[in-house]
Design a binder for this molecule. Structure first.
Ligand SMILES: NC(=O)c1ccc[n+]([C@@H]2O[C@H](COP(=O)([O-])OP(=O)(O)OC[C@H]3O[C@@H](n4cnc5c(N)ncnc54)[C@H](O)[C@@H]3O)[C@@H](O)[C@H]2O)c1
Length: 251
């Protein structure tokens, strides 16, 4: 990709499956990568796997004071921010009628409040510097309904709309887009779904396989690069064709 050499890239949830693959991919593009994550053990594992990582900051994205402190540290250490991958997120499975207000708040706090708090700090830094790119993590769950994930679905729909609104107000200095993956196979999902369940799902997809963290990393790298300088305010689905058709399109 063009224009990523020496760029300072910040990845929230960077110690998780998609975050770590994205960190590795930006490093191969010649970027400098700092991860933010609330899980110190996961950060430690990532630092051993990716010794080229530029830095890591432990922070909980739901806490405005921790987010502000993380950006102060980033500014002190690196003095700039070019690309934000606003990726930290959680999901809680449960029937709509069983969701407690505490569970609802927990999902919104990470997936929507966290994305807002981090994006606003990043935008401040980019507006004061020489501009940049913000890529928010959405999901196909923000575009169509899925059983038993009402809070997650609503939070990701919010991320997609926040992305459009940010793009309107932050252009032309900052480009803002959202990435919406379908089923990406991560260690957590390998633990949650049997190989038979995964195969059954994959066989329904036009592309016949589940996604990989690397697939998503490749889309982030493209959207952050100078190959995408006319793209803002959009969401990009990466799902093997999962939501190309609706119920009525099934044979
Ligand atoms: N895996 C999929 O199929 C899939 C599909 C669509 C979207 N997504 C989204 O991609 C993102 C990454 O998912 P993943 O599959 O890599 O999950 P993951 O659980 O492997 O990674 C999430 C990371 O976020 C961190 N995190 C969680 N809460 C945090 C907080 N409050 N503050 C800071 N860090 C926090 C976790 O410690 C973890 O390292 C999420 O936003 C998720 O909703 C995943």
């Amino acid at each position: 990709m063009h224009g990523l050499t020496d760029k300072l890239v910040l990845i929230t949830g960077g110690a998780g499956a998609i975050g770590a693959a994205t960190a590795a991919r930006f490093l191969t593009e010649g970027s400098r990568v700092v991860v933010v994550d609330s899980d110190p053990a996961a950060i430690g594992r990532l630092e051993s796997e990716l010794p080229a990582l530029t830095g890591s900051i432990r922070a909980d994205v739901t806490q405005a004071d921790q987010v502000a402190a993380a950006f102060e540290e980033l500014d002190r250490r690196h003095g700039r921010l070019d690309v934000l991958i606003n990726n930290a997120g959680i999901s809680l499975r449960g029937r709509f009628m069983d969701i407690t207000s505490q569970e609802w708040r927990q999902v919104m706090a990470v997936n929507l409040d966290g994305v807002f708090l981090v994006a606003q700090q990043a935008a401040r830094s980019m507006l004061a510097g020489s501009g940049g790119v913000i890529l928010n993590m959405g999901s196909t769950n923000g575009l169509v309904g899925y059983h038993h994930y009402a809070s997650y679905n609503a939070s990701k729909a919010g991320v997609i709309e926040l992305t459009r609104s940010m793009a309107l107000e932050l252009g032309p200095t900052i480009r803002v887009n959202a990435v919406c993956p379908g089923f990406i196979l991560t260690p957590m999902q390998e633990a949650e779904y049997t190989p038979e369940m995964r195969q059954a799902f994959a066989s329904k997809l036009p592309l016949g396989r589940l996604g990989r963290p690397d697939d998503v990393a490749a889309l982030f790298v493209f959207l952050a690069s100078d190959d995408a300088t006319f793209i803002t305010g959009q969401h990009f689905v990466i799902d093997g064709g999962e939501i190309a058709g609706g119920l009525a399109s099934q044979p």
